[in-house]
Design a protein around this ligand. Structure first.
Ligand SMILES: [Zn+2]
Length: 480
């Protein structure tokens, strides 16, 4: 045993020495003109981009809504101003796809009728403390007895039915997210199709439920619309009330208008490569532009994902202004419909603007705006790509720098990068690590505001991308 440990120790020491040597030989002399562009990337601009994208006028950037199209126009105008080539449909920056959506007018209402010391009383819950309205609820009011149906899954081939023996006609069901199986093995794979929120809502309606309380309080348009199914998301303490045995029946009210024919888009801009033979190869950089909308209060989506889009904008601007031109092409894709079920990345992968075999890598940015360190996901899997970014950090940025292996998950896809990965693209991601003391970030919540961002780390992410992408695009001996 001891021998093995010693041997391992030696290997690790050797590995560290050689990577240090590699980092030293990486050090690149860069012209002052190039460094001028590098230093023009400022935290001030980064924060201004994030503030614009999170502005109330864009209503939380719900994909499919007119407000989303307005923010897409704003992004396209910046790309145009900086000289990127439109690379969407028909010479525009926009790659369009179908994206039905629901317009939520206000936060609705949720109340419970209960009995206390022989008296009937009605207790109202409040948004956003106790519940969030369902983003794709039908409009209306429903009152009914509440029935707990576990995960809300009917899976005949697995011999499983949460609704077995229950009469829920016209009632309100309470369901949990997830599936009754943990882990990532073959058994889990069988359950994955049942983990989709859409399927759980459809199944409740099919069984006759008139209302639904989703036991997971989060703003989430990644659900389905069912006629005559009114639903909302509840916090654990509301669920606890339910099972305390005091609640008689619940009333859910939703004021919503469904737009079944709305469309949305990805915004795509290209920096064409300067080398006649390498310009057909592309490096893709993407992040979702859409958010979860307005639930009676705008969810600004500053960290998720105005931050990643701001990083991309700053890097695109610098690359377009660079005196050193990239030999390979670099394409920026601001993705729509992520929050509605990854619609934009599915659409791109089915309609790629460069063929798969000519795409060097897809880099994803999602929630890249808070922290103290930098990370490159997939860096261990593709060291030939990652070394360029590692070198920029060790030469110029000196941040804590993490790399990880690219992992393909078998579960329900929850990020654009999973869709690209499953379509056969090499996928990597830019990220941040570490937390800034005293600042609490929020997810799919009205508190996801620009006040929780760290503009200095966003500046460094953009600088890392600018020089790293340029070096990668100009690497004529690229090996993966
Ligand atoms: Zn996100």
């Amino acid at each position: 045993m001891k021998r093995t440990v010693l041997l391992l120790g030696c290997l690790i020491a050797l590995g560290a020495a050689s990577s240090q040597a590699a980092a030293q030989t990486q050090s690149i002399t860069r012209s002052s003109e190039l460094m001028q562009v590098y230093h023009s990337i400022s935290s001030h601009d980064l924060l201004a981009y994030a503030a614009e994208l999170s502005d109330e006028k864009y209503g939380g950037r719900l994909s499919g809504s007119p407000e989303y199209m307005a923010v897409a126009e704003w992004v396209a105008s910046r790309l145009k101003e900086w000289g990127l080539e439109p690379y969407g449909d028909d010479g525009t920056f926009f790659q369009m796809f179908d994206n039905p959506h629901s317009e939520v007018f206000d936060s609705g209402a949720l109340s419970v009728r209960m009995e206390q010391e022989g008296e009937e009383l009605t207790i109202g819950y409040s948004f956003p403390e106790d519940y969030f309205p369902g983003s794709n609820s039908d409009a209306g009011t429903v009152t009914g007895e509440v029935v707990y149906v576990g995960y809300g899954i009917t899976a005949p081939e697995l011999g499983y039915d949460d609704y077995a023996g229950l009469d829920i006609q016209g009632k309100i069901v309470v369901i949990d997210s997830g599936v009754p199986f943990q882990g990532e093995d073959d058994e889990f794979v069988k359950w994955v199709p049942y983990s989709y929120h859409q399927l759980k809502l459809d199944n409740a309606r099919r069984h006759g439920a008139a209302g639904l309380l989703y036991n997971s309080k989060i703003a989430n348009p990644n659900t389905s619309f069912n006629e005559e199914l009114v639903y909302c998301h509840i916090d654990q303490h509301v669920t606890d009330h339910l099972f305390f045995g005091t609640g008689r029946d619940h009333t859910i009210t939703a004021s919503i208008r469904r737009h079944p024919d709305s469309r949305s888009c990805n915004v795509i801009g290209l920096i064409r490569g300067s080398d006649p033979s390498l310009q057909d190869e592309v490096i893709l950089v993407g992040g979702h532009l859409d958010g979860v909308g307005d639930l009676g209060q705008v969810i600004p989506g500053a960290l998720d994902n105005a931050s990643g889009c701001a990083d991309m904008l700053a890097a695109a601007r610098a690359l377009a202004a660079s005196p050193v031109k990239p030999k390979r092409s670099i394409m920026f894709i601001f993705i729509g419909g992520e929050e509605c079920g990854l619609l934009g990345s599915y659409h791109y992968c089915a309609n790629p603007r460069f063929p798969l075999e000519k795409t060097v890598v897809y880099f994803n940015l999602d929630m890249v705006g808070h922290g103290t360190g930098l990370s490159v996901g997939g860096g261990e899997t593709y060291p030939g790509i990652a070394r360029h970014f590692e070198a920029v950090n060790s030469d110029l940025l000196h941040r804590a720098f993490r790399m990880s292996a690219s992992r393909s998950s078998v579960g329900r896809p929850r990020s654009d990068s999973v869709i690209f990965n499953r379509a056969g693209f090499r996928t990597m991601s830019f990220g941040t690590s570490g937390r800034v003391p005293g600042i609490r970030t929020s997810y799919h919540h009205p508190d996801d505001t620009i006040g929780t961002l760290t503009p200095e780390i966003m500046e460094d992410v953009a600088k890392l991308m600018f020089l790293g992408l340029l070096d990668l695009a100009n690497d004529t001996g690229l090996e993966f």
